[in-house]
Design a binder for this molecule. Structure first.
Ligand code: GDP
Length: 198
């Protein structure tokens, strides 16, 4: 059975001070609507472990799931949702920054970006926040099914090129992913497994 299957909901927290103790965890981040909840559900094979939001950006809590190996997956609130007031959005970006920079048990970050709208300013900010930790980032270019195979390959190439400066300072890998077509699941599993094995 794969790493993510049979993941169990563990807890929800609303404040960083309430984060549970974990030996090791990986975190999922992304802009609202990037497909983060769908990716978690697809990887865990659950219909609704992570709630696929009708009103993105409203949920500002961190959900923890326990993986089969006893390590954890943290589902962080989506950022950049336009219909949330600017000060609230800015507040959440700061909190995400604090989490990414100070969470000692965080061993790697999964960053989800819509393949059609990659590397927005806040995505780059997340990479910047996390760069100082020296821990790896794996990027999922989500909703790949929205593009033809040729367009997917082209989009992957464009993102890889744009990531060159980031790759010089931290370990950044990137792949295509589709929850709808169940594309790219093994690649994510192998990457995350290698982090846990390291
Ligand atoms: P989140 O806000 O990042 O958690 O994004 P959601 O997982 O809630 O997805 C946002 C929207 O994108 C929903 O309408 C999903 O059905 C859609 N979506 C998510 N993943 C995919 C995918 O792989 N392919 C397609 N075509 N749509 C997707």
């Amino acid at each position: 059975m794969s790493l993510f299957q049979n993941a169990q909901f563990f807890t929800t927290v609303n404040h960083l001070k309430d984060l549970p103790y974990t030996k090791a965890e990986i975190a999922f981040v992304g802009r609202s609507n990037a497909g983060k909840s769908s990716a978690i559900n697809t990887l865990t094979n659950h219909v609704r472990l992570a709630y696929v939001s009708k009103t993105p950006g409203r949920t500002q809590h961190i959900n923890f799931f326990e993986l089969r190996n006893g390590y954890f997956l943290a589902d962080l609130p989506g950022y950049g949702y336009a219909q949330v007031p600017e000060d609230v959005r800015a507040h959440w970006v700061r909190l995400l920054g604090q989490y990414l920079q100070t969470r000692e048990s965080l061993i790697g970050l999964i960053l989800i970006m819509d393949v059609r709208h990659p590397l927005k300013e806040l995505d780059k900010k997340m990479l910047d926040f996390f760069a100082e930790t020296g821990q790896p980032v794996h990027i999922l270019l989500s909703k790949a099914d929205k593009l033809s195979k040729n367009e997917q390959i082209k989009a992957l190439g464009v993102v890889k090129k744009a990531l060159k400066p980031y790759m010089e300072r931290q370990q950044v890998t990137v792949q295509l992913f589709s929850s709808l077509k169940k594309q790219g699941i093994e690649e994510v599993e192998q990457t995350v497994q290698s982090w846990f094995n390291a």
